[in-house]
Design a protein around this ligand. Structure first.
Ligand code: 13P
Length: 257
């Protein structure tokens, strides 16, 4: 049985003080939820500048911390970049790579995403690799082809052996920040396909133990039906993760209500 994972992607939001306050509030909320909190792994994804503050506020609580990206390099002359070892040093446990906003707005390609995932893993962080199709691909009936291609080139190209831990986040681009959510059936179809491909490449046991997250307008109102799907193991949550009560409510739902 896979333990659900609830990960917040705070994107480019929150000052350091605001991030510290939100993390502290979530930590307090989890203390109140106790039993539910033990049934879910929870990760907060603040901007780089707030990472240390969030890690401090999360210390003692069952909370991991995620960077929102990392360099494919471990260090050196890469102005503006942040490496996986630096994130780990600041208290990160996970790192999101290949988010569609970075793929679209910063032209990140699968090869770069794969290199980042490998660097994250080598640096001792759990990569959360995001994949997902634009609406035109879905309307053309080519969603699974697109997902397969992204898995091949963002993951399987660099991990020839099963990685220690790696999380896939399925985030249909058309559902991100739009209020539109994939139906549970649409999401389940893609998640099942992802698990099948993970099994073919890394073994059925590895795939059966690995978490595949859904992302795209997950909210307290739709989390239960999404998380009830057999291959949806949690959420990568944007907007709702910025609202303490909403994020905690999704954690409670993920724990089984
Ligand atoms: P929203 O939950 O705001 O749609 O964002 C999802 C997302 O992009 C998480 O990475």
């Amino acid at each position: 049985m896979r333990k659900p994972l609830g990960a917040g992607n705070w994107k480019m939001n929150k000052t350091i003080a605001e991030a510290r306050a939100l993390a502290a509030g979530i930590a307090r909320g989890l203390a109140d939820l106790q039993e539910a909190a033990e049934k879910v792994d929870i990760v907060l994804g603040p901007p780089y500048l707030s990472l240390s503050a969030v890690a401090e506020a999360a210390a003692g609580a069952p909370l991991g911390v995620a960077g929102q990206d990392c360099s494919a390099e471990a260090g050196g002359a890469f102005t503006g970049e942040v490496s996986a070892p630096m994130l780990k040093d600041a208290g990160a446990t996970h790192v999101i790579v290949g988010h569609s906003e970075r793929r679209e707005l910063l032209s990140e390609g699968d090869t770069q995403v794969a290199a980042k995932a490998a660097a994250a893993s080598a640096g001792g962080l759990v990569p959360v690799v995001c994949i997902g199709e634009p609406i035109t691909t879905r309307e053309a009936g080519a969603t699974l082809d697109r997902i397969g291609f992204q898995l091949e080139h963002s993951v399987f190209s660099v991990f020839k052996n099963p990685p220690g831990e790696l999380v896939i986040a399925y985030e249909p681009v058309w559902a991100i920040g739009t209020g539109k959510t994939a139906t549970p059936a649409q999401a389940q179809e893609v998640h099942a396909y992802i698990r099948k491909r993970l099994g073919e490449n890394f073994g059925v046991d590895w795939a059966g133990n690995s978490r595949i997250l859904y992302g795209g307008s997950m909210k307290p109102g739709n989390a239960a039906e999404l998380l009830a799907q057999p291959d949806i193991d949690g959420g990568l949550i944007g907007g709702a993760s910025l609202v303490e009560a909403d994020f905690l409510e999704i954690v409670r739902i993920a724990a089984g209500g």
